[in-house]
Design a protein around this ligand. Structure first.
Ligand code: SF4
Length: 329
């Protein structure tokens, strides 16, 4: 089976956008690939962060992964900084990657604009680290959002350069684009995200979610309940399509177009569908929060097994780049 690599930055609790846009897809991929799901803490320090909170974020991220259905029997769940080969390989890739390749990556420009007071080398070098993350395990499949495709294209270019300069070693990774597009937040405009305060966290209760959903933006054409609307322009319907059964989807879409259902009822039905999907995740997550040793053991074991693969790759890399000094013990 081909190996697959993906990762999430430990920046706090995961939200519905992370789940629908990435993790739910990962669960299904576990049977078709040899997956490594990594908590990429080296990536998280390229922006301002609180070192005291980082361990808690890593732990909660692992609890979320496991609660959502990642199975440690099928997947290695790892912590990036426990495998120093990630940064060792990054340095080697840095030495063959033209700066101009990194400067042209659109997310660098966006991030640099967002944190103009902290445009650090790590921010620029993020795609080289991402390339190292993937090829350290010779992973051939990388589930990504469309916005990350330029990173995969760059990773492929770096791999071609390495293989061309030192000899064929790494397969060119391919992005697996999920069927689910961009998950919009409750504002109906921006991508769902913590910093925009437009998200639903996976740990929130049905009542807490209702408080947020009840204020969520809908089709602006529906000023009164008697005004027909267009479900295709409404983010509530977009979420129905991801969470409700086909009968419910049909009923709310039809009800919206004929003004026979109000937005409040439509949102209540979404909340029911949402709760059916995430209540088991929430319960499992709350249980795992009390099992620090168990979760820690899964991360340690996953990281240990991944480190063995990484060590084998780095032996080959060091040989190819001329770092095999036989006169040293
Ligand atoms: Fe959106 Fe539902 Fe209201 Fe239609 S009825 S505008 S789909 S919330």
């Amino acid at each position: 089976m081909k190996r697959l690599f993906s990762g999430v930055k430990p920046t706090g609790d995961l939200h519905l956008g992370n789940y629908l846009g990435a993790i739910r897809q990962w669960i299904n991929l576990q049977d078709d690939y040899e997956p490594i799901f990594c908590i990429v803490d080296y990536h998280s320090i390229t922006s301002q962060y609180n070192p005291k909170k980082l361990p808690d974020f890593v732990f909660k991220c692992a609890c979320n992964y496991l609660a959502a259905g990642l199975d440690p029997e099928k997947s290695l769940i790892t912590v990036q900084s426990k495998i120093p080969e990630h940064t060792e390989l990054t340095w080697i890739l840095n030495c063959i990657t033209p700066v101009s390749w990194l400067e042209r990556v659109p997310t660098f420009k966006e991030k640099a604009a967002k944190q103009s007071g902290n445009v650090n080398m790590g921010l620029l070098d993020y795609p080289a680290l991402m390339t190292a993350d993937i090829i350290l395990y010779k992973a051939e499949a990388v589930p990504v959002g469309e916005d990350q495709l330029p990173h995969i294209e760059l990773a492929r270019e770096i791999v071609r350069k390495f293989n061309g300069v030192f000899g064929q070693l790494f397969p060119e990774p391919k992005g697996i684009i999920g069927k689910v597009g961009r998950i919009k937040g409750l504002d109906g405009a921006d991508k769902m995200g913590k910093s925009l305060n437009n998200c639903i966290f996976l740990y929130e209760t049905k009542d807490q979610i209702w408080t947020k959903l009840s204020k969520a933006v809908t089709d602006p054409a529906r000023i009164r309940k008697s005004d027909p609307g267009d479900p295709e322009v409404c983010n509530i319907y977009a979420l129905h399509k991801l969470l409700s059964d086909t009968e419910t989807q049909y009923e709310v879409a039809n009800g919206c177009r004929t003004a026979s259902i109000g937005c409040v009822d439509c949102k209540r039905r979404l909340n029911d569908s949402l709760d059916s999907e995430i209540a088991p995740i929430r319960e499992k997550y709350l249980e795992l929060l009390t099992k620090k040793e168990y979760v820690g053991s899964i991360l340690s074991e996953g990281s240990r097994k991944a480190a063995e693969i990484a060590a084998g790759t780095m032996d080959q890399v060091r040989d190819l780049i001329g770092f095999s000094y036989e006169f040293l013990e």
